[in-house]
Design a protein around this ligand. Structure first.
Ligand code: FES
Ligand SMILES: [Fe+2]
Length: 420
């Protein structure tokens, strides 16, 4: 795997900085293979799910780390294991259900069985098969050691109900991986209150996986592309905002406070998505109730590199899992959640506001579509590059959102790891 990708030439950057992104980073399969090795399989924590998805011992969820199929499993004593969904015998990807409950994991092919933490527990005919004449046929060699042939175990990090995993057992502690600034915003949403699962949306987006990271590191577009945001004041260039990154610039937080909406000539004049007369027939979609834990912001969008986005937009909460499939496509899995001590009205409200997001969301449908259109245009001129110069050419935290600094930051980190 590493042979052909490690020798592949990396795309050429027009400048020393990251203000011009060569389209090869989105179109080149060898670049993509190297990203899998260096971001998804080594040195990074990837999102696998919420503990609320596997409440009982034996519960499991099948998901992916990069392109590799894994199982998040609740152990007998309440611990959480993440193991690779590949049989140690001859490689069968043996769990096909998305969710289920098992006492023991069994591969159908030759019924090797594994404990919930992936240790090999049973091998049929390992001591051979005794014949009527007393002789024994076959069996595993005498030096076969069950303890050497379990499922691949990933390192697991749990924080306030959220589970991350890494194939790399030497990865830094999860808290250090996020860094203090981003950790503080992570803990704002996941503050130790028990979570409840409200539902899923899934979509397949025909675009490079990084375009989704960029989309949520891009405060330039929401007040322009999204009619909904502009009209109802949820996200506009005149909202009070901050952009924050970790010290490596790989993760980011977009923090903003909603304005009152309506017309403001500075930000709405000439913005074709602003429609003065657009009104909701059912205004319960925007029945916003301020929750004390928000503090001042009404929205914080967190991008945790490389695999997940954590969304708090008014009362709607979700994780958005990025699962890459080749250089030009990814699956995007939304897990909508709330808190166990929410009132029934708050749960209703979270679900109703979730209509803004997801594959067909009033807002997010726009993003899926522009990412598809981006990939199409990029594939057409793969030798060209993107221009990411709003707000300058450097990478810094800001007190406003008229900038593409977070995208430049992500590629600053990308170059460090990929060009090494
Ligand atoms: S491949 Fe799984 S038991 Fe043989
Ligand atoms: Fe968007």
């Amino acid at each position: 795997m590493s042979l052909h990708s490690s020798n592949a030439p990396m795309p050429r950057w027009e400048r020393g900085d990251t203000s011009r992104v060569p389209y090869g980073v989105y179109t080149d399969e060898a670049v993509y293979r190297r990203e899998l090795e260096r971001f998804f399989y080594k040195g990074h924590w990837c999102y696998v799910g919420l503990e609320a998805e596997i409440p009982k011992p034996g519960d499991f969820k099948r998901t992916q780390v990069g392109e590799r199929s894994v199982l998040m499993v609740r152990g007998k004593s309440g611990d959480v294991h993440v193991v690779e969904n590949v049989c140690a015998h001859r490689g069968v990807q043996f769990v096909r259900e998305r969710f289920g409950n098992r006492n023991i994991l069994v591969c159908p092919y030759h019924q090797w069985s594994y404990d919930l933490d992936g240790r090999l527990r049973g091998v049929p005919f390992s001591r051979g098969v005794r014949q009527p004449d007393g002789s024994v046929h076959g069996g595993m060699p005498a030096d076969f050691d069950m303890s050497e042939h379990g499922l691949t175990q990933l390192k697991v990090a749990r924080r306030n109900g959220v589970v991350f995993a890494s194939f790399d057992h030497s990865v830094e502690p999860f808290e250090d991986y996020l860094g203090p600034t981003i950790l503080q915003y992570f803990d704002r949403v996941f503050n130790g209150r028990e979570l409840t699962l409200l539902g899923y949306s899934r979509q397949r987006i025909p675009g490079n996986w990084k375009l989704m990271q960029e989309n949520i590191k891009d405060p330039y577009h929401p007040g322009l592309l999204h009619t909904w945001f502009v009209n109802f004041g949820l996200w506009r260039a005149d909202n009070k905002s901050q952009l924050r990154m970790d010290e490596h610039f790989r993760h980011a937080a977009m923090i903003s406070r909603k304005g009152s909406g309506g017309e403001n000539k500075e930000v709405t004049s000439g913005v074709s998505s602003f429609k003065q007369n657009l009104k909701l027939n059912d205004d319960r979609f925007l029945d916003i109730v301020h929750e004390p834990w928000w503090g001042e912001p009404t929205v914080v969008m967190l991008t945790l590199f490389p695999s997940v986005i954590i969304q708090q937009q008014i009362n709607s909460l979700s994780t958005r899992h990025i699962i890459p499939r080749g250089h030009g496509e990814f699956d995007f899995v939304w897990t909508h959640f709330g808190y166990a001590d929410d009132s029934p009205e708050m749960t209703r409200r979270r679900l109703r506001q979730a209509n803004l997001f997801g594959p067909a969301g009033f807002v997010s449908a726009d993003d899926g579509e522009v990412i598809e259109l981006s990939q199409r245009g990029i594939e057409q001129v793969p030798w060209h590059r993107a221009l990411v110069e709003l707000g300058g050419r450097g990478c810094e935290n800001t007190e406003h959102m008229v900038t593409e600094t977070l995208i430049r930051g992500m590629y600053d980190y990308w170059r460090k790891i990929m060009e090494d």
